[in-house]
Ligand binder design. Structure first.
Ligand SMILES: Cc1cc2nc3c(=O)[nH]c(=O)nc-3n(C[C@H](O)[C@H](O)[C@H](O)COP(=O)(O)OP(=O)(O)OC[C@H]3O[C@@H](n4cnc5c(N)ncnc54)[C@H](O)[C@@H]3O)c2cc1C
Length: 453
């Protein structure tokens, strides 16, 4: 198709106003949140409904032009931004929220609905979304399903996969698969929604999701516990898990990251007692869980504890964890590496990372924090060239050698496609390639993401 012809065809589908071409209007869609990934797109197209998404995919396939699906563009592995010359398919206009079904606790959500909007709708109906991330104001339901996002409530409710009662998606040839009956039991054939969860825009474009809510538990208590080591943190978690049915989150931060956050936010230390490791714990229940948390912390021998019961106090404690990303970004473009490690090897992993980073770039600093309950560590490296993949490789090899994974919750994207074989067998990879070839034989959906081209 001649230059401009595809854009005209896309304009006929979505309306010329929703095909963006200028460098200034396309810029917010072309680079990722960290500034590490991105390039110029051929154009950005913004469909309003499923039929338009299907027609856009058919037009791009006919023109043999690759498509990068994009939600809120808060992804951290370069999977939602162009590598150069693709059509960016932004789902943000598909932001309709259905009614909550009071009997099943399910609702239909457009792919472009933000997590914050979903949380508000759930709350208004007396339920909760069952997922929370610091990127809640930008991250969309389509993006969270496509990455099988985790977040700090995964400890209790599982990753986004557990919230998906069904979905509608458009495949690369423009056909629409719709599995939104919401039936609790339906094993009539292959589970296509399960295949699309975590497929990072490479197998289909998620257009609607049948979302499974969880009960709203408004009695909450948060505690920040100072500890001497990550071994102590893992032992503490074991006690909390065993004793606290109300346990919802268990996050960890280390002293260098907390120091950066305190400087960034101009705050005093949360406790007068210095501690190399701090664990942020939140319990949620129908009735005040403060006493049961206090008893469990006492049983675990925790001494340095700061407690937040009222919402402002709890939010102050959470800010110390959630502001890590912005405090790190304020230092320059970071290298962000998300891995999963068995809890019993977490201390070993954290001890080895600074040396590996220093061996690649002596002036760089590694800042580690993450979701303790899931053994999910975010390694952030500041002061290194973000294009220097030696650091990614060293950290990913370490995680894999300890029995961990190269991606816990952010996805593979383009950032880790080279190293997927560290976490998946040859047979796994061959099956994944076969699925990709069957569903997208022309290879137009997000090429280079998850599987190297
Ligand atoms: C401050 C901060 C905190 C974060 N915390 C967490 C966290 O705790 N846990 C966590 O899991 N992640 C976290 N993230 C990462 C990010 O928010 C998640 O990966 C989120 O799921 C991305 O959603 P999005 O709508 O922004 O997707 P995008 O960034 O737009 O896209 C991400 C991937 O999904 C694909 N995609 C997007 N929409 C669709 C669709 N409709 N159909 C098919 N494919 C699609 C894209 O092609 C891309 O591969 C954080 C990010 C930031 C910036």
């Amino acid at each position: 198709m001649a230059a401009g012809a595809l854009e005209r065809a896309l304009g006929d589908i979505v309306g010329a106003r929703d095909v963006l071409r200028g460098a200034d209007v396309c810029a917010p869609f072309e680079h990722d949140w960290t500034g590490r990934f991105g390039a110029r797109a051929r154009c950005v197209v913004r469909p309003a409904d499923t039929a338009q998404v299907a027609a856009v995919l058919r037009a791009c396939r006919a023109a043999r032009v690759a498509v990068v699906p994009q939600g809120g563009n808060t992804g951290l592995v370069g999977g939602g931004v162009p590598r150069g010359g693709e059509v960016v398919l932004s789902l943000r206009r598909m932001a309709a929220l259905g009614e909550v079904d009071a009997t099943t606790g399910q609702l239909d959500v457009g792919a472009g609905v933000t997590l914050a909007a979903l949380q508000a709708a759930a709350r208004a109906a007396g339920w909760a979304a069952g997922v929370d991330l610091a990127a809640r104001d930008g991250a969309t339901v389509g993006g969270m399903v496509a990455t099988d996002a985790g977040g700090h409530q995964a400890l209790r409710h599982g990753t986004v996969r557990a919230r998906v009662a069904g979905l509608e998606a458009v495949l690369a040839d423009g056909s629409v698969v719709d599995r939104r009956s919401g039936l609790m039991k339906d094993n009539a054939g292959y589970d296509l929604p399960a295949l699309l969860v975590g497929s990072e825009g490479t197998l289909g474009v998620v257009t609607h999701v049948r979302w499974r809510l969880v009960p709203a538990l408004d009695a909450r208590v948060t505690a920040l516990v100072g500890l001497a080591s990550l071994e102590e943190a893992a032992a503490l978690l074991g006690v909390l898990r065993r004793r606290l049915p109300s346990l919802e989150s268990a996050e960890f931060v280390l002293e260098p990251g907390l120091r950066l956050v305190l400087e960034h936010l101009r705050l005093p230390p949360p406790s007068p007692v210095p501690a190399p490791v701090r664990v942020l714990v939140e319990c949620a229940a129908a009735h005040d869980p403060t006493d049961e948390l206090a008893a469990a912390l006492a049983a675990a021998g925790a001494r340095d504890v700061v407690v937040g019961v009222d919402r402002p106090d709890r939010e102050r404690l959470w800010r110390l964890r959630e502001a890590h990303a912005e405090a790190i970004a304020a230092q320059g473009v970071p290298l962000k590496i998300d891995v999963g490690v068995p809890l019993g090897r977490l201390a070993e992993f954290a001890a080895a990372v600074p040396g590996l980073v220093a061996a690649c770039e002596p002036s760089a600093q590694a800042i580690l924090f993450g979701h303790l309950g899931d053994g999910n560590v975010h390694v952030n490296v500041v002061g290194a060239d973000p294009a220097d993949e030696r650091i990614d490789e060293a950290v990913l090899r370490l995680a894999a050698s300890l029995g961990g994974t190269v991606s816990a919750e952010h996805g593979v994207g383009v950032a880790k496609a080279r190293w997927l074989a560290l976490a998946r067998s040859d047979a796994d990879l061959a099956a994944m390639r076969a699925v990709k070839a069957a569903l997208d034989p022309a290879g137009i959906l997000n090429p280079g993401v998850v599987l190297e081209t």
